[in-house]
Design a protein around this ligand. Structure first.
Ligand SMILES: *[C@@H]1O[C@H](CO)[C@@H](O)[C@H](O)[C@H]1NC(C)=O
Ligand SMILES: *[C@@H]1O[C@H](CO)[C@@H](O)[C@H](O)[C@H]1NC(C)=O
Ligand SMILES: *[C@@H]1O[C@H](CO)[C@@H](O)[C@H](O)[C@H]1NC(C)=O
Ligand SMILES: *[C@@H]1O[C@H](CO)[C@@H](O)[C@H](O)[C@H]1NC(C)=O
Ligand SMILES: *[C@@H]1O[C@H](CO)[C@@H](O)[C@H](O)[C@H]1NC(C)=O
Ligand SMILES: *[C@@H]1O[C@H](CO)[C@@H](O)[C@H](O)[C@H]1NC(C)=O
Ligand SMILES: *[C@@H]1O[C@H](CO)[C@@H](O)[C@H](O)[C@H]1NC(C)=O
Ligand SMILES: *[C@@H]1O[C@H](CO)[C@@H](O)[C@H](O)[C@H]1NC(C)=O
Ligand SMILES: *[C@@H]1O[C@H](CO)[C@@H](O)[C@H](O)[C@H]1NC(C)=O
Ligand SMILES: *[C@@H]1O[C@H](CO)[C@@H](O)[C@H](O)[C@H]1NC(C)=O
Ligand SMILES: *[C@@H]1O[C@H](CO)[C@@H](O)[C@H](O)[C@H]1NC(C)=O
Ligand SMILES: *[C@@H]1O[C@H](CO)[C@@H](O)[C@H](O)[C@H]1NC(C)=O
Length: 851
């Protein structure tokens, strides 16, 4: 039996530990008590996060491939308390169910592949689901539609396929749906019209086909509709012009073959950007002059015909791109009256007439302003005014008759220039500062704004991309942008450096931001890092029609920040919660230890039941120091006759009640059920053993009741106040948790027991945890456990051993070698007896065998 017996659950390991403690008395206890205590807490708090959410997370991680092992801690402890990477929980326990719930999943940019588990739908309180910039495949589970609290659904930048589930339309609190840059096919479900809270629809760069549902025009809050680079067909719904809040409508690279842009699009009240590039549109350019805040218009690459409407567009216009169409007529005079214009692209049309020099002459160029005029491949034959644009103006005229008319001086410079002035900015180092004065690793840099003070600091580095900016040159808006970002982050303007920018296809603007700490410190503290990251990752930047939506590409924590758990945000669970958890943990520990003791005795009891029952009538009275014999009546009245409302726990052995004794002592009463009753002798033996368990961290046994076919144990109940006080004095709970997470279990060992080699403790903890392996086959056998414990003991310093050869190793254990056992035994004769005798139940030794 012994060599093959497996420990069948964590409880079994506890049994073993408890047994060891009992046998060894106080001499060796400190170590085991401490470990056991930590173990009990961990074991107990495993129940703190809603169990269905824990199983959902386990299912989620089982579907993921995690080459960088970012989610390595997703099998240890409790998701909320052990702070599983990327899991953010509400910081208060739900009053109604007594659990913590998962609030956000932040798994941004972790190089994950695999697929999304349908069990995500069980994270019922989830508000943010963020898997951006990974390598996920498979489809979007329809169960996500069950997450009625979901605010942000961020799946962009993966390789997801399949269609958008109809069920997502149920997400009535959804603010942001980002599934762009995947390979989603199918159509946009009509049910999305029910997403009445949605502000951001980012579906660009997928394979979405079919008709844009006209029903989306009912969305009262929609700000950004980005569906560019898909396979949409059909018509452009005229109803969209009634979207009351829409800022950006971007439908580039679709195929609305044969349709016209509805004239009603001129009625959009708050549109700032309309982009319908490469959409196979026909008909005329609509009159958009009634849209007051339009910044950006791109209708390039279509088959639009007729003249350009002559009414004046908004003063905010930065960009007009009507290139690659079949427009005729001339350049409207109103184009000379757009003070913010940065880009006017009319190339590849059939425009004619003369080019009005007033377009650039009327511009009041600020120092950073630029204007790019692309008029190539049209029929322009003359310039109205002088052809002398300032340096800030790029004019391109190739492919027009004007280039062949010999009477215009300097025309060549405008007719053969192929160079495109792509805007890029790369900040140079603070050149006033000595080259090597900053720490030589690359984490520290001179703060750009520190001037000749040459302050060194470690910046936070953020990869950031404007998805759909409403301008063509960033520089004139750089100051506005810096103010926008620093205001959103609530930092000072000198703390931000836009390190580099680069335009990408789209056009999108990729940036690299560096955020520097306050002037008088060289690093951010952890909470500040978390606060800033929180703002970036939960899109708490205010919407801005000029800068449009952004993508967070990375938020890299290097050097001094490297130890901050990647993509996990808040660290602290509030003290109150911690206290509550600890109360729960201790309560569970009571329950567990109760369960343990009964489990230990049950088998034995079964064998002896009939005998014991008979013996029951002949009361053996027994006096145990410090343990009181209670009358059934006393305990019944303490618990209002075992009223359900006083029940605080339930185990296989029976129920646990909270009771108030006549002297107002609050106690936990464990009451065995019929079937869990044990022989009286065993029961009393157990009580005797339990009564020897005294440790400041363990609840102690106060008494028992053994009458009227009842067996009850009475433990001290941990009242809230005391615990709170205790908690604020020492942070044992945190230590245990931290110790476990960081593999430094020995750091929690009670100092008063003296020092033990850390290797012993590590092996011991490893053994304990091994016994809790999910798969029973993988747990060590009892004989392995015993052997390992012996090895651990052998490693103890010799001086610490008290030799006594009073007992010898029982021959029943084939696996223990003689030398090992002898040094093992020197520690405690009971222990060795237990080891050998245990399941074989040597009659001579009055102990209770573990199962
Ligand atoms: C991501 O994983 C791939 C292999 O799956 C590996 O080649 C690549 O280096 C990883 N990249 C990062 C940034 O971890
Ligand atoms: C994504 O997965 C594909 C195929 O599994 C692999 O070739 C590629 O390297 C992965 N990319 C990243 C960024 O991990
Ligand atoms: C979750 O979603 C699935 C499929 O959409 C549905 O069958 C199931 O009933 C939902 N569960 C709950 C609890 O709403
Ligand atoms: C995207 O999905 C389509 C089928 O829907 C498939 O034919 C295509 O190869 C996929 N593209 C990529 C890049 O995976
Ligand atoms: C929107 O929700 C209502 C009620 O919840 C439902 O009756 C309707 O069918 C939904 N609309 C669509 C288009 O799914
Ligand atoms: C989006 O798709 C277009 C067309 O397939 C492609 O040119 C562009 O690079 C893509 N953009 C991104 C950011 O993937
Ligand atoms: C657009 O659709 C039409 C038919 O609807 C088709 O003939 C044409 O080839 C498509 N164009 C592109 C670029 O896919
Ligand atoms: C919308 O635009 C159309 C055509 O431009 C016009 O006839 C109609 O009056 C406009 N509607 C509103 C509500 O402004
Ligand atoms: C512009 O083109 C349309 C057809 O595309 C034609 O009817 C119209 O006469 C043209 N106007 C001019 C001024 O060429
Ligand atoms: C733009 O013009 C301003 C003066 O109006 C000048 O200071 C600045 O250098 C010019 N920029 C470029 C790129 O030519
Ligand atoms: C983060 O993004 C920036 C800007 O796109 C890029 O330059 C940098 O290499 C990225 N860093 C990492 C670690 O991916
Ligand atoms: C300018 O940017 C475009 C993409 O927007 C790119 O295709 C092109 O190569 C760039 N040109 C130069 C000179 O960098």
């Amino acid at each position: 039996m012994l060599p093959t017996a497996k420990c069948s659950s964590g409880v079994q390991m506890l049994t073993l530990l408890l047994e060891i403690i009992k046998m060894k008395g106080m001499r060796f206890c400190g170590l085991f008590y401490a470990v056991l205590y930590g173990y009990l807490v961990l074991f107990a708090v495993a129940e703190i996060t809603d169990p269905s959410e824990v199983s959902a997370l386990v299912a989620v991680v089982s579907r993921l491939i995690d080459p960088m092992n970012y989610l390595g801690n997703w099998n240890k402890g409790d998701p909320c308390l052990s702070k599983w990477t990327g899991v953010l929980c509400f910081d208060t326990i739900d009053e109604t169910d007594g659990h913590l719930h998962v609030q956000d999943l932040h798994l941004l940019n972790m190089n994950l592949s695999g697929s999304l588990a349908p069990e995500l739908g069980q994270l019922s309180r989830l508000r943010i689901l963020d898997f951006m910039w990974n390598n996920l495949t498979g489809s979007i589970p329809k169960e996500i539609g069950n997450l009625s609290s979901l605010v942000l659904l961020l799946l962009n930048g993966n390789r997801l396929s399949g269609s958008l589930p109809e069920e997502l339309g149920k997400l009535s609190n959804l603010n942001r749906l980002q599934v762009d840059e995947n390979n989603i096919s199918g159509t946009i479900p009509k049910s999305f019209a029910n997403l009445t809270s949605v502000r951001h629809f980012h579906l660009n760069n997928n394979s979405i086909a079919g008709q844009l549902p006209p029903e989306l025009s009912n969305l009262p809050r929609l700000l950004h509709l980005l569906v560019d680079n898909n396979k949409l067909t059909g018509y452009l719904p005229p109803e969209y012009s009634e979207l009351p809040t829409l800022h950006i409508l971007q439908l580039d690279n679709n195929n609305f073959s044969g349709t016209e842009i509805p004239a009603t699009y001129g009625n959009f009240s708050s549109l700032s950007k309309l982009s319908l590039r490469h959409c196979s549109l026909q008909g005329a350019v609509p009159d958009l002059s009634r849209i007051p805040g339009l910044y950006y218009l791109d209708l390039s690459g279509n088959q639009l015909t007729g003249p350009i409407p002559s009414n004046k567009l908004s003063d905010d216009m930065t960009t007009i791109d009507l290139s690659e169409n079949s427009l005729n007529g001339s350049i409207p005079a109103s184009f000379s009256d757009l003070p913010s214009l940065q880009r006017l692209s009319l190339d590849n049309n059939f425009l004619d007439g003369s080019i009005p020099a007033s377009i650039w002459q009327n511009m009041s160029l600020s120092s950073s302003a630029r204007l790019s005029l692309d008029l190539r491949n049209n029929n322009f034959s003359s310039v109205l005014g002088d052809l002398d644009p300032p340096n800030n103006v790029t004019l391109r005229l190739a492919g027009n008759p004007i280039c062949t008319s010999a009477n215009i001086p300097n025309i060549d410079q405008f007719c053969d220039s192929e160079a495109v002035d792509n805007e890029t900015i790369t900040k140079s180092n603070n050149s006033e500062c000595p080259i090597h004065a900053c720490p030589t690793d690359s984490f520290y840099e001179y703060v750009p704004e520190s001037g000749d003070l040459c302050t060194c600091a470690a910046p936070l580095r953020v990869g950031y991309r404007l998805k759909s900016p409403s301008f063509s040159y960033f520089d004139p808006y750089a100051n506005l942008f810096e103010a926008y970002v620093t205001n959103s982050l609530n930092i000072s303007i000198y703390q931000l450096s836009v390190d580099s920018i680069a335009w990408e296809k789209g056009p999108r603007l990729r940036m690299y931001l560096k955020l520097f700490p306050h002037a008088n410190s060289s690093t951010f503290n952890t909470s500040e890092v978390q606060r800033i990251r929180d703002i970036f990752t939960s899109w708490r930047f205010p919407g801005d029609e000029l800068f449009g939506p952004y993508e967070l590409l990375n938020f890299t924590l290097l050097g001094p920040y490297a130890s901050i758990n990647p993509e996990t945000q808040r660290t602290g669970i509030s003290k109150g919660v911690l206290a509550a958890i600890l109360v729960a943990a201790i309560a569970s520990a009571v329950v567990i230890s109760a369960a343990v003791t009964f489990l230990m005795t049950r088998r034995h009891a079964r064998n002896q039941r009939s005998l014991s029952r008979r013996r029951m009538s002949t009361k053996v009275s027994m006096k145990i120091d410090g343990v009181k014999g209670f009358k059934f009546k006393e305990l019944a009245s303490a618990t209002d006759n075992f009223n359900r409302s006083t029940q605080v726990g339930q185990g296989g052995y029976g129920k646990v009640y909270k009771g108030i004794l006549s002297d107002n002592t609050v106690v936990a009463i464990k009451r065995a059920e019929e079937g869990s009753l044990q022989g009286q002798k065993e029961f009393l033996t157990e009580i005797k053993l339990l009564s020897r368990l005294h440790h400041r961290n363990l609840v102690s046994l106060l008494g028992y009741c053994d009458e009227e076919e009842e067996q009850m144990l009475v433990y001290e109940f941990m009242p809230n106040g005391t615990l709170r006080d205790w908690l604020s004095e020492n942070e044992t709970y945190i230590q245990v948790n931290v110790a476990r997470e960081s593999g430094l279990m020995f750091s929690i060992i009670d100092n008063r027991m003296g020092s033990y080699p850390s290797e012993c403790i590590e092996r011991f903890v490893a053994l304990a945890l091994n016994c809790c392996h999910d798969k029973t086959e993988q747990r060590p056998s009892m004989s392995d456990v015993v052997r390992e414990l012996e090895t651990v003991l052998k490693m103890m310093p010799e001086t610490d051993a008290t030799f006594s050869e009073s007992t010898s190793m029982h021959s029943g254990s084939k696996s223990t070698s003689a030398p090992a056992s002898s040094s093992f035994m020197t520690r405690d004769q009971y222990f060795s007896s237990y080891v050998s005798g245990s399941d074989l139940v040597s009659d001579a030794i009055p102990i209770i065998p573990p199962r």
